[in-house]
Write a protein that binds this ligand. Structure first.
Ligand code: NAD
Length: 388
C-alpha cells in the first residue's frame, strides 16, 4: 500500500436536529459570538438565521450578526466583518451558511486578530497566522458542497486584482462543525445543483491527486456514489430530507478528502474563473470546465476515470477499463445535463478576448500541477477554448 497521512481536528456533529446544540457548543469557547452569514434579504435563508439566533440567545449567548458575506467573499467583506468582531469583543465566530459564510468566519478570525488584511496571510505568504491569537470558529453548513466545515481552507477574492486565492493552514480547521440537513431544506435548485456537483469534483479530484491514499480513496468513492444516486433525486424534490441528509454526508466525506489530498486542474481553473468573473458560482465554474478536463486527462488515469464512468453508467462494467474511461466525458456531460448544469463560459458572459488572460490565471494556483496530465500554457488555452 502507498504510504499516506490523514489529519482531521474538527469535531463533527452530524444529523437532523443537531443545530439545537449550537448554544451549548459555543459556550465551551465563549459567551460573545459573531454570527457570520450572507444578507438577510434572502427570504429563503432568513428563517434559518432567525432560528439560529433564537437558539443562541435562548441559550444565554450574546450575539452580534454580521450579514455582509457575499458569494465568493472578498477582502473588503472580510475586513468589515473583522471590524465588527473587534468592536463587539467577539470570543467565538460562527459561520452559518455555504462555503462563502464558513470561509468568511475563518478569514474573519484571522483578520480580527492580526495586522493587515486576510490577503496578507494567504497560504504561500509569511508570516502565517499565530494560532494563539485566533478566535475559535464553529462552522454550521447550510449547503452541501464545499466541505468547508471540515477543511483548513478559506477562499478569498481580491476584487482589484481579479484574483481568487486561499488561506490554508491546519490552524484554520473549525473547532466544531454542525451539519444539520434541516438547515438545507431551503436551498434553491440552482445552488443545490452547483454545490452538489462541487462535492463530486472534490471527491474525484482527490482520487487523482498525488496526495491521495487508502483513507481518502475510501471516502471519495463513497461520496461520488452518493452524489450520483441522490443529487438528481434531490433536484426532483428539494424537500426530500433523506436525500438532503445523504448529500450532506457526501459533502462532509468529500471535504475530508480535499483537506487531506487536495484538488487538481478543474479547481485551479474554477478558482481563476471565480476570481475574474465573480458572478459565476463556484460549482457552476466547475461544471463548465469538467468536460474539457475529463477529455484532457482520462488517458493518464484510466483506473479512476473508468471507475467514475461506471458509477455514472453501470452498463460500462461490460467493457474494458480503457473503453470505460474513454466514455467518461460522455457520462459526465450526460450527468451535467441531468442536473441542468451543461453550460459554457460564453453563457456566463465571459468575453472571448480574455481567454489568454484566464489561461494565465488558471496557472497561478498550484492545483493544475497535481493533475495526472499537467497542462502547458497552450493546453490551458485549448481547455478554455473548448469550455467557451
Ligand atoms: P455560497 O456559500 O456562496 O452560497 C450560495 C448562495 O446560497 C448564497 O446566496 C447563500 O445565501 C445561499 N444559501 C446558502 N444556504 C442556503 C439555505 N440553506 N437556504 C437558502 N439559501 C441558501 O455557496 P457555496 O458553493 O456553498 O460556497 C462557495 C464558496 O466556497 C466559494 O467562495 C468557493 O470558492 C468556496 N469553497 C471553499 C472550500 C473550502 O474548503 N473552504 C472548498 C470549495 C469551495
Amino acid at each position: 500500500m502507498k504510504n499516506f497521512n490523514y489529519h482531521q481536528s474538527t469535531e463533527i456533529r452530524f444529523g437532523i436536529g443537531r443545530i439545537n446544540e449550537l448554544a451549548e457548543t459555543v459556550k465551551k469557547y465563549g459567551n460573545k459570538v459573531l454570527l457570520v452569514t450572507t444578507a438577510t434579504t434572502n427570504p429563503a435563508f432568513e428563517e434559518q438565521y432567525t432560528r439560529v439566533k433564537k437558539i443562541l440567545r435562548d441559550g444565554g449567548v450574546e450575539v452580534a450578526h454580521y450579514d455582509g458575506v457575499i458569494p465568493n467573499p472578498t477582502i473588503e467583506s472580510i475586513t468589515a466583518g473583522a471590524e465588527i468582531a473587534r468592536n463587539f469583543g467577539a470570543e467565538v465566530v460562527v459561520g452559518l451558511g455555504g462555503g462563502s459564510s464558513m470561509d468568511s468566519a475563518k478569514a474573519i478570525s484571522v483578520a480580527a486578530t492580526h495586522e493587515g488584511s486576510c490577503w496578507d496571510y494567504l497560504f504561500y505568504k509569511s508570516p502565517q497566522p499565530d494560532p494563539e491569537k485566533l478566535l475559535p470558529v464553529i462552522a454550521v453548513s447550510t449547503t452541501s458542497g464545499t466541505g468547508s466545515q471540515v477543511t483548513q481552507v478559506a477562499v478569498v477574492t481580491n476584487t482589484q486584482e481579479r484574483d481568487k486565492s486561499a488561506l490554508y493552514n491546519n490552524i484554520l480547521y473549525p473547532e466544531v462543525c454542525i451539519i444539520d440537513p434541516e438547515l438545507m431544506l431551503t436551498v434553491p435548485a440552482f445552488v443545490t445543483a452547483t454545490t452538489g456537483f462541487d462535492v463530486l469534483c472534490h471527491a474525484f479530484e482527490s482520487t487523482i491527486n498525488p496526495g491521495t491514499g487508502a483513507y481518502v480513496d475510501l471516502l471519495a468513492w463513497e461520496a461520488i456514489a452518493i452524489v450520483v444516486k441522490n443529487l438528481p433525486k434531490l433536484l426532483a424534490d428539494l424537500k426530500d430530507i433523506k436525500a438532503r441528509e445523504k448529500m450532506a454526508w457526501a459533502d462532509t466525506l468529500a471535504g475530508l478528502c480535499i483537506a487531506n489530498a487536495g484538488v487538481t486542474l478543474p479547481h485551479g481553473m474554477g478558482m481563476a474563473i471565480g476570481g475574474m468573473y465573480p458572478q459565476v458560482a463556484h460549482g457552476e465554474a466547475l461544471a463548465i470546465v469538467y468536460p474539457a478536463f475529463v477529455e484532457f486527462t482520462w488517458e493518464a488515469a484510466i483506473p479512476q476515470f473508468s471507475k467514475l464512468a461506471r458509477i455514472l453508467n453501470p452498463e460500462l462494467n461490460a467493457v474494458t477499463d480503457k473503453e470505460a474511461a474513454a466514455q467518461s466525458q460522455n457520462e459526465i456531460c450526460r450527468f451535467l445535463k441531468q442536473i441542468q448544469l451543461n453550460k459554457k463560459l460564453r453563457d456566463v458572459n465571459m468575453p472571448e478576448n480574455e481567454i489568454e488572460k484566464l489561461a494565465d490565471q488558471c496557472m497561478v494556483l498550484p492545483d493544475y500541477e497535481g493533475n495526472p496530465r499537467v497542462a502547458t500554457k497552450e493546453d490551458m488555452i485549448e481547455l478554455i477554448k473548448s469550455s467557451f
